[in-house]
Design a protein around this ligand. Sequence first.
Ligand SMILES: Nc1nc2c(ncn2[C@@H]2O[C@H](COP(=O)(O)OP(=O)(O)OP(=O)(O)O)[C@@H](O)[C@H]2O)c(=O)[nH]1
Ligand SMILES: [Mg+2]
Length: 321
Amino acid sequence: MSEAMELVRAELGKDAIIVSTRNGDAEDGGYGVKVTAALETATPGSVVYEDLAGTGTEDVLDTLLEWLAYHRTPPLLAEKLLNRVRRLETDDALMALAGALDSEFEFAPLGHQRLARPLILIGPPGAGKTVTAAKLAARAVLDGQATALITTDIVRAGAVEQLGAYAKLLKLEIKVADGPDALARTVDTLPAGGFFVIDTPGINPFDTSVLKEISTFLDAVDAEPVLVLPAGGDAFETVETAEAFASLGASRFIVTRLDTSHRLGSLIAAADAVRLKFSEATFGPYIGDGIGPVSPMFLALALTDRLGEAISTLSTIEATS
Ligand SMILES: Nc1nc2c(ncn2[C@@H]2O[C@H](COP(=O)(O)OP(=O)(O)OP(=O)(O)O)[C@@H](O)[C@H]2O)c(=O)[nH]1
Ligand SMILES: [Mg+2]
């Protein structure tokens, strides 16, 4: 064991952390002891930064590294983004970040006009599905689209009433579908073109029987499953959650609670690991409070603590469109 410890120190230096020690046995290849050790870097991604130094855009790389670390971006993803920045050769950090995000991720806003098929919002409990359904519907109503709000959430007490209250503000009637067949019948009665949103109950993404049950709803209709994911969670937890919902067919996601979250690394981690497309972001609890399309610049502003500016860019775009 002491010999092994010496080897660790020689290889990794005095800051090495011993993760585990094990006595070997014949099945393990016949070694005497096995020591697993690790080295913690001062800031996530600092090793990466050293690799990239000397490209002529050190200040930009330095600034971006700090931002990405602040957001608890997984180091490998930070590395990928910084490599993109390196190729851009710009000295404007915000533009560099927006450019890197643009080349690394896909952006596919939902819009508020006539949809090819209804949207069905899925996500973990409390993610913001119901209020987001109302926000999307509100935008479509303002745009003069034929709009419908449907819910399959007969599970949570008060869920139908909650959506009903939002719908009332929009002068819409909600339709309640208590099973896959009822959902199929309801969707069949919708007019030929318009903006139709289906709300679903929050589900545990790690419970396979629950996933199976929700997939019976998804299989019953020709609707696009869109994941609703709150900002601010742990990156790895969020990636696992996103993976589960992607397995149900979601390829775009709506980010909620941007206004109450300071760490956004989990969102770019989910988009990266699961190849989900960014669509919309929400930044307030009320239906009048806002929802907007996520663009590379919007995301870059949000990641550099300039959400207010990102939101005002949206109003300008909406006001001029
Ligand atoms: N601050 C803030 N609050 C939000 C946002 N989106 C949703 N909320 C709040 O989050 C809470 C949960 O929102 P819901 O829309 O009911 O969430 P849900 O996903 O439908 O919840 P379940 O149906 O129970 O799974 C509510 O209090 C919302 O007002 C947001 O973008 N910002
Ligand atoms: Mg709900």
